[in-house]
Design a protein around this ligand. Sequence first.
Ligand SMILES: [Zn+2]
Length: 290
Amino acid sequence: MVGPHALSIDVEHWYDATLATRPAAAQPEFARREIEAVLELLAAHGAKATFFVLGHLAQELPASVRAIADAGHEIGCHGMTHDLLWQMGEQRFRHEVAAAKAVLEDLTGHAVRGYRAATWSLDARSPWAPAALLDLGFTYDSSVFPLRTPLYGVAGAPLKPYRLRAGAGALLELPPAVGSLLGLRVPFAGGMYWRLLPTGLVLGGLRGEGTRVLYAHPWEVAPGGWSLPASSGVVARFSMGFGRRHLRQVLLGLLRQVTFLPLGLVAAKLPDDQLEDWTFVDGSLVRSGH
Ligand SMILES: [Zn+2]
């Protein structure tokens, strides 16, 4: 077996995705079925993951969140709404994340220690986020995408886990899997990237040194019957619709060959003295001293 590596599932409705057109009314039944299917898939392969759950979804589907925790997976926080950090601003961010964390902890009876920003929106436009997460009791984050894309990411951010410093404290940052090939950064972390890459290439990236963080959404692994509205644009159709069957095949291939652990367990095993310190300064992420 390859690994261990860390698997994360970002739990949200299909229409929470940034590019999706929202339906007129909530459709929680789709997510309920999708979560059930993902839990069955992981159980069949003995894999444990971190489920970063959206607070709004947890309020609609409390039994599904309890089922995730009861199956031995870690519950992390994906915010209350799926709005982007740099659009909502610091005060609303603090308010929403505190509320979402409380909902998840009340449901499961366990402290929530890990955070994943909607659409990797923790970047240089939200440099206040690490301090806010520390204040709210989080110990690790997995939201800084180490590659700048049109939607998100931080160019030059570390590919390996590091300490994301804020004032006197630091969060452990567990970046999504991005490899380096001929000087270029190649993302193979999950989601849309898995729909574009052969399984062998993803597996190849996982055979290297260190623990990698992967991710997928229930709405793409096990679509529960939803379909994009006819009014959806070509970008949404491509980013949400293309290659879902292939993505499922990639995940199945990985589950057969890779040992997966929740991010919290991976974080606990990292040798603290080997981690670099980085911090957001004047709109950039820079390496810093102790
Ligand atoms: Zn999300």
